[in-house]
Design a binder for this molecule. Sequence first.
Ligand code: UFG
Length: 346
Amino acid sequence: MATQSEQVTILVTGGAGYIGSHFVNRYLQKKPFTHRILVIDNLSEGNPEAIENLKVLYGERLIFQRCGIGDAGVTTLLSDYGVSAVVHFAASALVAQSQVEPMLYLRNNVGESLKLLDSMQAAGVKNFVFSSTAAVYGTPNTDLILEDERKSPVNVYGRTKLMVEGMLDLLNERGALSYVTLRYFNAAGADPSGLIGEGHHEETHLIPIILQVANGRRKALKIYGNDYDTPDGTCIRDYIHVNDLADAHIAALEYMCQRPGTGEAFNLGTGHGDSVQAVVSLSCQVTGREIPVDLCGRREGDPPVLVASSDKAQQLLGWKPHYGLEDILKTAWQWEQNRKFCLQAT
Ligand code: UFG
């Protein structure tokens, strides 16, 4: 049994969600038995099956409490479990929805995050890892985005994430918080174990939709625009495997805990972009299936090219992505064919 002083407990918000559950898995897999995770999730988006599947692997090292990040009891949870750091995934994250329901995004992403920070302050917890997004850059002027690129989000989702980044800066400047902000590019893929994967109640992302078409669960992929200023006319994105993302959070936690007062933002991508058309072609090869497409008009708010420079993360965090697009598609395809939850979500 670990003694009280050896035990490390971190709080993970949104740990039943797609990226959060992959982080929980990687953290508990890599860290010694003295480390445990307390997940809080209100299950509005998260999947309880992800927690159940991980509980089978990690037993009591994974504690789950169904509650919101802004609930009054969070301060007590932080104190009772002796939490040393918070990794904050929970958020509303649908760009299109954010445009029509701005209040929801302000409430969930900004208001609830503020309450969480308040609870942390009350409990004396000063280490915070924040899930941000490439959406904070809007439509950048460069093809390879550095962290100090102009922040000009073109949708409400990106604006709410940028607001929280501002709150973290302010608290850090006042000496109240150490933080690392991680700006994700396009998360995709699944853990090779097949226990967890991408399972949104409403699917809008390119790769899961393509694979649902390959699997016969949808008729065709709608390609949103083939008249962009890119080599094949379709949008280019930087797809990064969810386990690579998860590992970057572990590196970020270590970096921050070794350097009290840290306040840094990092892009998480591969530095390489693929067009929608290229993803479709490679998906045909990986699945051995046909993927019918419908060419449609552009989707509002889609920048033509979003590719991360992740040099900063590689240099300071000592992290680098290991999976390429083919591995992403293979693991996502394995998940799609044997998925353990969210079967109804087409
Ligand atoms: N696309 C299609 N058809 C679809 C779905 C997507 O053609 O059915 C295209 C999109 O137009 C885009 C590309 O595939 O060009 C990728 O789209 P996704 O919806 O998979 O991802 P986004 O790049 O739009 O969104 C991602 C994250 C968001 C984040 C955003 C930042 O999922 O959380 O990057 O711009 F806000």
